[in-house]
Design a protein around this ligand. Structure first.
Ligand SMILES: *[C@@H]1O[C@H](CO)[C@@H](O)[C@H](O)[C@H]1NC(C)=O
Length: 298
């Protein structure tokens, strides 16, 4: 057990002790880290983040949200939520849902949501844990090793060491870039999918309001291929904007901005949805002066 796990375990025991064991409860705990180097994973430089909002959301098979809870992280970056009546939370997920005051400088974008894992059952209490959630600053810190930035994501094709790589700009993330949904669905640009993958669920990437409209099964890949209907167009352009926000610091929207606008569109009238879809589309097209910086992946 490393010290973090020990700390987590101790806090779980304290939580367990604090709960009246005659009550049936489910508890969800986890930690949010500041991903200082923007490498999409927890690494040496990352620290627990205070004052960040985390939401846990659950939906049934029809995409109807059955539970939703939001909590703010404490000084240790931990959050804990209690659900009465030992509901089954295995199909739920947690995600960073907002940057609080505590996250100064580290709340520009949020990593993808994570599923809940049942850690143990004790008396009538279930304890679920969540893998570390990440929140990111606008730019990687100056001290971050360049080689880790950006990290090839899990969807990047394996790179045989004998193949000579084309020279890459030192920090493509800092370049302005806006790519269309067609660009994002081309196989030769697959390595640009980083924090989220084609199989990431729409509900995980966008949260509970999107889950209500699009269900919990639809993937980002499926969403990118949507057309015809207004709300499918909104989703397609929203996913594209989200991917662009992860890919370029200078994209017209930052990640949380994309999610906020998406929510606003989904809550409001069809006219509001159309407006947001058109704005996303315009941003994704580069508004006449920004190009797509993709070069074919090797
Ligand atoms: C991206 O897609 C647009 C059309 O949507 C196309 O004009 C442009 O050449 C593509 N860029 C790259 C780098 O493939």
């Amino acid at each position: 057990m490393d010290s973090l796990h020990k700390l987590l375990f101790t806090s779980l025991l304290l939580l367990a002790a604090a709960v009246d064991d005659t009550l049936a409860d489910a508890m969800v705990t986890g930690t949010v880290f500041c991903d200082q180097c923007k490498d999409g994973q927890r690494s040496l430089f990352d620290y627990p983040l205070y004052g960040v909002k985390v939401a846990v959301a659950c939906a049934d098979g029809n995409g109807q949200v059955t539970m939703w809870k939001e909590e703010t992280t404490n000084w240790f970056g931990n959050y804990a939520m209690r659900f009465d009546g030992s509901p089954d939370l295995s199909g739920c997920y947690a995600q960073v849902s907002g940057s609080g005051q505590g996250s100064t400088g580290c709340g520009t974008s949020a990593g993808p949501g994570r599923g809940l894992r049942l850690m143990f059952k004790m008396f009538d209490m279930e304890i679920y844990t969540v893998d570390s959630l990440l929140s990111q600053p606008a730019q990687p810190m100056a001290f971050c090793p360049r080689s880790t930035n950006p990290q090839p994501g899990p969807v990047a094709p394996p790179r045989p060491p004998t193949v000579k790589l084309p020279p890459m700009p030192p920090m493509p993330f800092l370049e302005a870039s806006a790519c269309s949904y067609q660009n994002w669905t081309m196989p030769e640009y697959k390595c640009y999918w980083k924090l989220v993958g084609p199989d990431t669920k729409v509900a995980v990437a966008f949260g509970v309001i999107a889950a209500r409209r699009y269900g919990t099964d639809m993937t980002l890949w499926e969403g990118l291929r949507g057309r015809g209907d207004l709300y499918m167009t909104l989703l397609r352009e929203g996913i594209t904007a989200l991917l662009n926000s992860y890919n370029s610091l200078q994209f017209a929207y930052h990640t949380l901005g994309v999610i906020e606008h998406m929510n606003w569109a989904l809550i409001g009238s069809p006219r509001q949805a159309l407006l947001v879809a058109l704005r996303f589309k315009r941003a994704n097209s580069g508004i006449g002066n920004v190009r797509c910086n993709f070069t074919p992946c090797k």
